[in-house]
Design a binder for this molecule. Structure first.
Ligand code: FES
Ligand SMILES: [Fe+2]
Length: 451
């Protein structure tokens, strides 16, 4: 029984969030248990593990996890902790191996997680039962069109059920061609002193900050200087006005979408968007045929931010995928990967990789801006008086629109629907008694139409 009243910490009706959810150490410990120990979490992509023995390391909450394709071709995930005393058995971020050998006393595990060798075994142990001493597996690992997810929960929804109608939108990235998507190159990893929820909701839903917070950055990257991005993002030059027609945010609880729906603004900040847009228009007819007009015409190429609860963001157009790993209540690590359809020409892939580095890489000009805000919001409540304040996300509350795809839509990317839905899902998950209860019944946008 928690000592915190999560019904009060998030007030969905008034769209208010208590500041304590960003700094309170005990709430953070409950998040590790309620959210990161039960939700489906992104682990990696098939393209990172093409052959037997290929592995990578990632995190599920603060648990260090090895994801590896075994000799039998199956992808499994294990805690990166030796069964003997708990030392890490793998220090490399990725690679290929037949065995993970602990550096402390030398126990070695094969790439299917079995304890394969123990130094001096015959001399020092009587009948050591190696079959009981393998690496601890992540309870369930499942794959959706190349995306590998895992959960520590034995029961609860399968991955496909957890993704639900979000799969319709994910397919714009994952299923635009028979070959599918791939992650390209090495991920960027940056640690920032802010609470993990802030970069998540900033990326999935905060269209309001873009032209203001990144105004300086936008004058030096891409084409906004030539006046293209102002119109495609719907925000007037110098923040003078906003046109929400032809844009939207969508709640597909527990997940969210933000999209410009114009079919090309994902490339508005590129220095050299020409080859990308040419490729986009070349493949568009086949994508329309494969996925229909909504996804092939309106979503493909648009600036589309897909938020998979709790910590995965897939940003189509900018062509990046990022995962936010918590590192205590006041810090997080963001891992950012470039992505593209496998059919994309190398010239276009090179442009994408360069652009991701320029914007959201370790020295990315946009990543740095956002890091400042998350740090300030996280740490200003160190002061007792500031701690009494609440955050407010009341914009466009109750404003709905017709939309041909799944989910409840609201007009405009300058809108706080996705962020409200994120905190509503955070609250549901913190309150849920079992992993079977974490999926919501309806978006809060539908439950509440005032404001
Ligand atoms: S802790 Fe790994 S072999 Fe002892
Ligand atoms: Fe930003």
């Amino acid at each position: 029984m928690s000592k915190f009243d999560y019904n009060k910490l998030i007030d969905n009706e008034a769209a208010l969030q208590s500041r304590s959810i960003f700094w309170e150490p005990e709430i953070y410990q409950e998040e590790l248990k309620q959210i990161f120990n039960r939700c489906w979490l992104f682990l990696g992509h098939d393209s990172q593990l093409p052959e037997a023995g290929d592995f990578l390391r990632t995190y599920m909450g603060e648990d260090d996890v090895i994801v590896v394709r075994g000799e039998d071709g199956e992808v499994r995930a294990f805690l990166n902790a030796c069964s003997h005393r708990g030392n890490k058995v793998c220090h490399a971020e990725w690679g290929k191996t037949k065995a993970f050998t602990c550096s402390y006393h030398g126990w070695a595990y094969d790439n299917m997680g079995e304890l394969a060798a123990v130094p001096l075994e015959e001399s020092i142990y009587d009948n050591l039962d190696r079959s009981k001493l393998g690496l601890v597996p992540v309870a369930r690992v499942q794959n959706y069109k190349g995306m590998i997810f895992g959960t520590f929960a034995e029961e609860g929804p399968d991955l496909v059920e957890y993704l639900g109608d979000m799969a319709y939108y994910l397919d714009v990235v994952l299923d635009a061609s028979p070959e599918g998507m791939e992650l390209i190159g090495t991920p960027y990893r940056v640690e920032i002193p802010g609470n993990w929820k802030l970069p998540v909701e900033n990326a999935i839903g905060d269209g309001y900050h873009v032209a203001w917070a990144h105004a300086g950055a936008m004058r030096v990257v891409g084409t906004i200087g030539q006046g293209r991005s102002e119109s495609v993002l719907g925000i007037g030059k110098d923040n003078t006005g906003f046109d929400d027609s032809g844009q939207l945010q969508i709640a597909i609880p527990p997940h969210t979408i933000l999209s410009t729906l114009d079919g090309q603004s994902g490339y508005a900040l590129y220095d050299n968007p020409g080859p990308c847009i040419e490729h986009l228009e070349r493949v568009r007819p086949s994508v329309v045929e494969r996925l229909g007009e909504v996804r092939g015409k309106q979503l493909l190429g648009s600036e589309t931010h897909m938020g998979v609860f709790p910590n995965l963001q897939i940003i189509q157009g900018l062509n990046l995928l990022r995962v936010i790993h918590p590192k205590g209540p006041g810090a997080f690590e963001v891992a950012t990967y470039s992505m593209a359809d496998k059919n994309t020409p190398d010239e276009v892939k090179d442009i994408i990789v360069k652009h991701v580095g320029q914007t959201f890489g370790s020295a990315g000009i946009l990543e740095g801006d956002d890091g400042d805000f998350t740090e300030a919001i996280t740490h200003s409540p160190n002061g007792y008086a500031t701690r009494q304040m609440k955050g407010w996300l009341g914009m466009a509350k109750g404003r709905t629109m017709d939309w041909d795809g799944p989910g409840e839509a609201s007009p405009g990317i300058v809108n706080e629907l996705c962020q409200r839905e994120f905190y509503a899902q955070w609250q549901r998950t913190m309150l849920a008694e079992s992993a079977s209860d974490i999926l919501p019944q309806a978006p809060i946008q539908k439950e509440s139409v005032n404001g």
